[in-house]
Design a protein around this ligand. Sequence first.
Ligand code: SAM
Length: 283
Amino acid sequence: MNLADINVMTKILSDNGFSFKKSLGQNFLTDKTVCPRMAESCLDENTGVIEIGPGAGILTRELCKTAKRVVAIELDERLKPVLNTTVGEFDNIKIIFGDAMKLDLKQLIAENFNDCARVCVCANLPYYITSPIIMGLLRSRLPIDTITVMVQKEAADRLCDKVGGKKAGAITVAVNYYCVATKLFDVPKTSFYPSPKVDSSVIELKISKNPPVSVKSEENFFKLTKALFAQRRKTLLNTVSNTLAIPKDTVKSALFELGLSENIRGEVLNMEQIAALSDLLFK
Ligand code: SAM
């Protein structure tokens, strides 16, 4: 079955009375090279894989061929008969119809991947929840090795930029805290049906064993990170003291202690500086 052939895919969808819902980020891949590349980049026959949003199953089929076991989570129950048709032939897949944002993935991993050497996530993410999904996966410290996902190109550039870089945001700092992010390849918007407005990229997040900096409180580190990027054109001094209600004199003396200018902007700080500043500000 060649789901990359748009005629094959649209026939299966229409035979099952399926119509696309933009609100669920339903742009399905119609490219025969992208899914094998995604699967091969992260999987082998000993790996268990979680897919978020299998859609019509084009990536799911590749995952089933490559991995030991696949658990796919799909919110849209209308895709049940479609997925029966497209991945019904495989016996190493379980499809859960539910919201990936609400499921207990730790429990899902314990229940399904006990006999797998490693577990990873591989998905063409619904773009409207890219950040919460990625941050949810990272923050919950799941026992996973890698997250290989397709996201909007702009999001990929932000996620894979270096902390302090021009495209970096609060999420870049968070991602760098938990993993090493690499862009694998770009995917043009013409590779999807219906075609979205923007191009995409596949990125790999390799989970780090330990964070690159040690902080007294992770909660405070992330609170400061959020504040640093809250008002980009303002100085760190103003943004941090306004957003976190910390007296300006306290922020000034922390900046002085770190050898940083009072006029510095929050988004140019590197990981070590953010860690040191959070330890000083919240002590
Ligand atoms: N994997 C397919 C592909 O590459 O063609 C479909 C990808 S499509 C961009 C995103 C999929 O995620 C859709 O099937 C959509 O219904 C599903 N989805 C949207 N929100 C979801 C959620 N909260 N939990 C699980 N699946 C979701």
